[in-house]
Design a protein around this ligand. Structure first.
Ligand code: COA
Ligand code: ADP
Length: 549
């Protein structure tokens, strides 16, 4: 019980409009408490009283932060203990969304400072509408009904004022009634209070074929003293025809200098908004396999990678298919997709198991299906790209390593994004998530069939002291299905052999301290420092950097 303020709102996509005389149902719940901040999930639904129909309007995530005490002390929140499977999943995904949120400003800054981007998109033609015509300025006085009991202005009230001015700016361009589609993720930079005047300024930054970006800046001031920048928001509007289809919109002629900069930056934001919407908010199965990797969409791909594994892990209809010496094989059937999970407890501390398994380059030591695994590059502290070579499947069985190495035609390779996450608190698992991506620097090569992994990886949970429950998951793509189908049918127990080999590897290295040489380090260092590998990594970043949006 402590007063809170709205720190930020993630992207809000309005899927439907709400009309007069329809009922709005809003459900909000705290998904997770961090230290002084918490994530609140908000689901807005609309109900038509005459037809009894209900539909989703939007799903949003807000972050609230506790206010410091009068003595300036931070107020630390009690952790939330998730009770149901759905709460557990939301709790777990909240940690991953926090990561995206924290990186958001840097991603935007990086994208906007990108020179190749600035040249993109020619300025609009001469018959376009002049941006100055769309300028709107408004001043609101913050009164007690606009604020909470601590006299701080409600974040939602500021947003409502901002939407009003943005809507007027958009109507001035399109000369019609625009519909708000999206509000980009934004941050409340500082508080405002009863008695403040809020200066709201909006202008259309860019008009695309079917959508308009309006920017709004909110500043607070008292009679004396400088203006305080409260927040800046970017909103996307459309104009719908009688059939609900988006109309083609007039182009915009930006103001010189600042206007031209914003015009270009709106193009950059459009790109990043699409990445976020496409990769972050889509269900894992809707994101195509091997999404092209790009440093600018990496955070969203990593989110998708980790969340897909967490979603798979929390499914409640896993069926135990077979068990041997406490190594269990589970399967999960969902529509046309078959997933499997191999699980057992291992006498190795979870953190140690995580370090050993996260070093994917060592996997050929224990997994006969991994013939070679080389790190292509480290994309950030916890995310890495690898090329993995495996024997391909012949007539429903795995080609033996020897026969595979004799002829390249028997090999397949995968380009994998590995996202490695330590737990945020004690109830969480360590996660090593794997999914395919495509890389311009690593196209398919002759002699190797390019395979794809939709969702795979490990979760590692500390059970009792020095023991961990290790679960390996795989959403079986056609390339891996034959590896496991004989096991599922009960014809073999290769899952058991692979897991035993993994467990032996973990116990063998369980006692080595992290400062000691890691298994396979010699090989890895040798390959990391070979000129061809270094050239590869440089080539990769060069190519990725020069990739046009
Ligand atoms: N999105 C989500 N969380 C954020 C954030 C953002 N953009 N910026 C900071 N936070 C979180 C931090 O992660 C931290 O969380 P944790 O304690 O759980 O780890 C917490 O906020 C405090 O971070 P800190 O760096 O100590 O604070 P700050 O100096 O960045 O201040 C606010 C953050 C939100 C308190 C401050 O910006 C503020 O007062 N904003 C105005 C809020 C307001 O009045 N809103 C209503 C509309 S006016
Ligand atoms: P930036 O200019 O980098 O976009 P700001 O926070 O200064 O960032 O402004 C956010 C948005 O508010 C701008 O993109 C613009 O659309 C709008 N805006 C800023 N200043 C004005 C102004 N003086 N008049 C009208 N709109 C403005």
């Amino acid at each position: 019980m402590s007063p809170c303020v709205t720190a930020s709102m993630d992207d809000i996509h309005f899927e439907h409009t709400i009309r007069v005389a329809q009922v709005v149902n809003i459900r909000a719940k705290v998904n997770r408490a961090f230290n002084t901040s918490m994530e609140v999930g908000i689901l807005v639904k609309c109900e038509d009283l005459f037809s009894d129909r209900q539909w989703k309007v939007c799903h949003a995530f807000a972050t609230f932060v506790t206010q410091r005490t009068n003595a300036g002390q931070k107020v630390i929140l009690k952790p939330i203990v998730p009770q149901t499977q759905s709460e557990l999943l939301k709790h777990s995904l909240a940690a991953e969304r926090r990561r995206v949120r924290m990186l958001h400003d840097d991603i935007i800054k990086d994208l906007l400072s990108h020179r190749s981007f600035q040249q993109d998109g020619s300025l609009a033609a001469g018959d376009a509408v002049a941006a100055e015509k769309t300028k709107v300025e408004s001043v609101e006085l913050v009164l007690p009904p606009h604020a909470n009991h601590q006299v701080n202005t409600f974040g939602g009230q500021i947003m409502a004022w901002m939407v009003n001015v943005a809507t007027i700016a958009a109507s001035r361009l399109c000369q019609a009634h625009p519909t708000l589609r999206t509000i980009d993720m934004f941050t409340f930079r500082g508080p405002s209070q009863v008695g403040d005047r809020l200066l709201l300024r909006a202008i259309v930054n860019n008009a695309f074929k079917n959508s308009i970006e309006v920017g709004v800046r909110a500043e607070a001031y008292q009679e004396e003293g400088p203006n305080r920048h409260i927040n800046s928001a970017f909103m996307i509007f459309e104009v719908l025809d009688d059939n609900g289809k988006p109309c083609i919109l007039p182009r915009l002629r930006p103001e010189p200098l600042e206007g031209e900069r914003r015009f270009q930056e709106a193009i950059a934001r459009k790109k990043i908004r699409l990445d976020r919407k496409y990769i972050v908010s889509r269900k894992q199965a809707e994101v195509p396999l091997s999404v092209p990797f790009d440093p600018r969409n990496q955070v969203y791909l990593s989110y998708n990678n980790v969340s897909a594994l967490k979603v798979l892990a929390t499914k409640n209809n896993w069926r135990l298919t077979s068990e041997k010496d406490k190594v269990q094989l589970y399967t999960l059937e969902q529509k046309s997709m078959l997933s499997f999970k191999v699980e057992a407890e291992v006498d190795v501390p979870a953190e140690r198991a995580f370090h050993l398994l996260a070093e994917l380059s060592n996997r050929p030591r224990w997994d006969m299906h991994y013939q070679k695994c080389e790190q292509i590059c480290q994309v950030d502290g916890d995310d890495f790209l690898y090329r993995v070579v495996t024997p391909s499947v012949q007539h429903g069985s795995v080609a033996s390593s020897t026969s595979a190495s004799q002829g390249e035609g028997n090999l397949q390779d995968f380009i994998l994004l590995a996202s490695k996450r330590k737990p945020c608190d004690s109830g969480d698992s360590y996660v090593i998530a794997l999914r395919s991506v495509s890389l311009p620097t690593h196209p398919p090569v002759e002699g190797y069939k390019r395979g794809e992994v939709l969702c795979a990886g490990f979760t590692i949970l500390e059970t009792k002291s020095n023991m961990s429950l290790i679960s390996y998951y795989n959403q079986a793509s056609p390339e891996v299905l034959p590896y496991i189908s004989t096991d599922i049918a009960g014809l073999s127990s290769s899952f058991y052999n692979t897991f035993c080999s993994c467990s032996q590897y973990l116990t063998k290295y369980r006692l080595q301290s992290f400062s000691e040489e890691q298994p396979g380090q010699q090989d890895r260092l040798a390959s990391t420092h070979s000129p061809s590998r270094e050239g590869g990594a440089e080539r990769l970043s060069e190519t990725l950097r020069s990739t046009q949006l």
